[in-house]
Design a protein around this ligand. Sequence first.
Ligand SMILES: Nc1ncnc2c1ncn2[C@@H]1O[C@H](COP(=O)(O)OP(=O)(O)O)[C@@H](O)[C@H]1O
Ligand SMILES: [Mg+2]
Length: 280
Amino acid sequence: MSGAERRPPSVSFETALRILRSTFHFEDVLQSSFKELPCYDDRHFYFEGRLIPTAQRRDADDGTAGKFERFVLRTSNLMFPAGLVEGLNALMLHLSSRGINCSRPIASRVGRYMEMIPGKKISQTGHYPQEYPVRVLQFVSGLLMSELDAECLTPTFLYSVGRFAGKVDAALQDFSHPAIEDFVNECWDLQHFSCLKRYISSLSEKKKIAMANSVMKLYEEKIEPMLPSMKKGVIHGDLNGKNIIVQQSENSAAIVGLIDFGDCVHSYYLFKLAILVAHR
Ligand SMILES: Nc1ncnc2c1ncn2[C@@H]1O[C@H](COP(=O)(O)OP(=O)(O)O)[C@@H](O)[C@H]1O
Ligand SMILES: [Mg+2]
């Protein structure tokens, strides 16, 4: 990354504690647990905290009040409109209501799933005040699928991954949100793949330029003409081993949950599948 910082600013434990106590319903947060998680666009922090057991919480029946649980404090990148962040929250709550264990949001004191916090934006010309969307998400416990021992990747397990992907699509069939439908994600939504053409010349090696051009040609000749006959809907958009949470016992594994909804788009189901098979 060059020049200006593209991601939201970092948050100290003291600031996080203040937000979690004043804006959300946390009565206690373990300082020793607070740590930044790796993240491409946003900035997020793992922490263990205890929610106040109040009947006024919009999500008070979720069984999390009163004991220490694992959460993620997530500040979002400003290139994602606030309406989109709200749409992604609605999507997680929808999936959750359909029995899919995912990183669903926790309501704030005033019953919102997203709040704004003051921060500083760093640009080429200096630092200036800026508000950032912040959310608290449930941490989905388990291993990342990408961390599984190779012997767990049996045909039966891989079949269960495909079934899980289908279950997520089925659960999203009756979900829609205007902000998700309107958002154009040129970089990551494969229906805009040809927009990436303008970046090919910035590759440094001739071999890579030739490879990128040939993939682009294949897409334009073989995939693009088929698209009008393909089915569309809201898809996860980044279904891969780092976003699927599993549990491993001995040489077998089972899927326990799903995270990272930042690339959810209204696109072709075909692409969801393409992304899944392209990753380990
Ligand atoms: N709610 C969550 N539950 C469990 N792990 C999480 C959660 N959120 C983030 N993580 C961890 O942080 C990593 C990066 O978060 P993610 O939302 O996938 O960001 P990125 O867009 O960079 O892939 C994940 O691969 C996972 O290890
Ligand atoms: Mg991820």
